[in-house]
Design a protein around this ligand. Structure first.
Ligand SMILES: [Zn+2]
Length: 239
């Protein structure tokens, strides 16, 4: 995997601009894992998908994330640092396609949820989608194919899935010094990375506009300049 350069950022932004969050994740994964075919990417467990997107982000903008949020109790604005390389290291390189666990006295064969599952359930109300998602992940119960009548404890099953695919529900613990609240803020890497890519793509296009207007260079010529050269020329144009 390699990080995105200026042209890649604009191309990725162009492809994902009119997509929803899940498809944007797939656009990112297309750059992160070009050797994987499209249907495999949709079937990749969600935490594994996010691991690859984190790797792409780390190679493009570095592994440090600054996450901003407001305290749910007193509304104080807070900022937290998060190191992607630690999260990437903590996750396995691969997740088994199926695995057995014991829940409520039964042996269940489970698989981890994928982006395809999330897309299929995206139209449902959130609580129903969560229940349906877990049901889709039960492949068999006590060696019989699962037909929907086995409904294990939701939190126990979610815990088992998170053990296998640990980046599936990544959260950052925040502590508010003003009111002593402590809570976990979910880290939505697709959304986070997308906002950064959008800001950088728009900045790059503004730079192309300024330099093309001043010197008559093409977009391709301007984007092939190193960031330092582009900045120096921009300083001269705007001086
Ligand atoms: Zn607070």
């Amino acid at each position: 995997m390699r990080g995105l350069d200026a042209r890649d950022v604009i191309a990725l932004y162009e492809t994902g601009a009119h997509c929803g969050l899940l498809k944007r994740g797939m656009v990112m994964l297309n750059w992160a894992l070009p050797e994987m075919d499209e249907s495999q990417r949709w079937q990749l467990p969600v935490g594994m998908r996010d691991r690859s997107i984190m790797q792409l982000r780390a190679l493009t903008f570095g592994s440090n994330l600054v996450v901003r949020c407001s305290c749910p109790q007193c509304d104080l604005e807070l900022e937290g640092q998060f190191d992607l390389s630690e999260a990437i290291k903590s996750a396995p390189d691969e997740v088994p396609s199926e695995f057995e666990v014991s829940i409520d006295g039964h042996t269940a064969s489970l698989r981890c949820p994928s982006t395809q599952d999330l897309l299929a359930l995206a139209v449902l109300p959130i609580d129903q989608a969560a229940t349906e998602l877990l049901a889709r992940c039960i492949v068999a119960v006590d060696d019989e194919p699962h037909e929907g009548d086995y409904k294990p404890d939701r939190s126990a099953m979610a815990r088992k899935l998170s053990e296998i695919d640990p980046l599936m529900n990544l959260g950052l613990t925040f502590h508010c010094d003003a009111c002593e609240s402590e809570w976990e803020e979910p880290l939505e890497i697709i959304d986070f990375f997308w906002q950064e890519l959008e800001a950088v793509a728009q900045r790059l296009l503004a730079e192309v506009h300024a330099l093309a207007s001043a010197y008559g260079w093409s977009e391709s010529q301007i984007l092939s300049l190193s960031p330092i050269r582009r900045e120096l020329y921009l300083n001269m144009v705007t001086a």
